[in-house]
Design a protein around this ligand. Sequence first.
Ligand code: NAD
Length: 480
Amino acid sequence: MLYIQNYIDGVLSEALTGTWLAVHEPATGNVYAQAPASAGADVDAAVDAAKRAFPAWCATEAEERSRLLRRVADMIEERLEEFAQAESRDNGKPVWLARMVDIPRAAKNFRFFATAILHTSSEAHQTDDIALNYTLQQPIGVAGCISPWNLPLYLFTWKIAPALAAGNCVVAKPSEITPYSAFLLSQVCIEAGLPQGVLNIVHGLGTDVGTAITAHPDIPAISFTGGTATGASIARTAAPMFKKLSLELGGKNPTLIFADCDFEETLVTVLRSAFSNQGEICLCGSRIFVERSLYDRFRDAFVERVRALVVGDPLDDATGQGALVSATHMEKVLSYIALAREEGGTVLCGGERIQLTGRCEDGWFVSPAVIEGLPFTCRTNQEEIFGPVVTLTPFDTEDELLAMANSTSYGLAASVWTSDLRRAHRVAAALHMGIVWVNCWMLRDLRTPFGGVKQSGVGREGGWEALRFFTEAKNVCIKL
Ligand code: NAD
């Protein structure tokens, strides 16, 4: 049994409560680790440590902060295989995916923000010949970072790295469902020589640790990624305390396929955008709209490829789709398949629990599902499922397509498939989303703003947006 520990004031420790939470391996259904079931007192200790560390950390030269954070990046890469195995075991994702995407990206997050702070400049405004204004971007103090289970280390570091790079100290909470890679990160930070208290990682339930971070009076900024309902609850606590808030929430992303698309390229990438990481990526395209003249051809080819996706042991390199993250989540996904049938949909393939043999016989596997024949207004097409389930819907006109694509309460991301450049620009501008990909999906440049509109969130991560979020702008006006 692996015992995961908190990382508070530079030291690995158990929760002050002395209690533990079971951590499951989704591929087997077994408990393989225990994580600290921390509570408010652990968060208090972490905040105290962060407050003590802040004056020295924010005064540390950018070159030195950068060196330390790049050291963390290097050490994640040195332990790539160990991190990838941990992430796959904890989350159920194929180990090759963690090795190729999640872990390299976590290292890149550190390196990106560690180098960004060497290239910042501040604004200056000259008021005729009367005064000169310049803007200082100063760190906030202690930042709270709360992240979900779907891309555990990738999203955890996407918050922590800019917060630390900008000169803040951090109290962070990974998901209690996937705490393992955050624990490995603690070890790396100790070995890399990060000063004690600069980063503190507190494990535990959202309702204990997450709420304590959100409500703590000495944490003036909260960066959260997770579900929309949780985001709303955090906002209710944080708003009257006037905290800075960055909320990256749910999505129900449309994929818009026009008849003039590059058929093969579209097919390959839309398959990936639908089912990567078992469909458990906030950016996955789960509502696929296809121009009517292409609909039958696309549907038949797509279903054939989906049927060929191998659902299997995450440790096997041939596996295309691993296990869903928890038994509860699997039940939720299966309940949406049942709902789709009730709503009149036809399940063209998948949507069943799969019983593997051997090591994974009790794992939480669901075959990827493609459903057609549903109105765009039904619950299956409006609510976030966050699993390997997509719907296919034909369209006739661009106006009808946009009305359907924009019809949900979410507005995170979309992908548009066409060879008509003018249409691509027009449709991209008309989509109510924070992110639009044209003829690609999840092609990420870390300098670009990342986030959603409507119930997909508030604020943007990435690039200067993140560094601005983790600093306060102060104007200094000097009379000439
Ligand atoms: P969740 O909201 O249940 O949990 C996210 C984190 O918040 C966890 O660490 C959890 O312990 C904590 N938490 C739970 N209740 C809390 C509370 N009351 N106060 C403070 N913290 C609390 O989400 P999840 O199930 O872990 O993740 C799936 C969701 O995340 C999906 O809705 C998905 O779309 C979303 N997501 C969004 C993005 C994005 O960038 N927009 C990225 C990934 C995932």
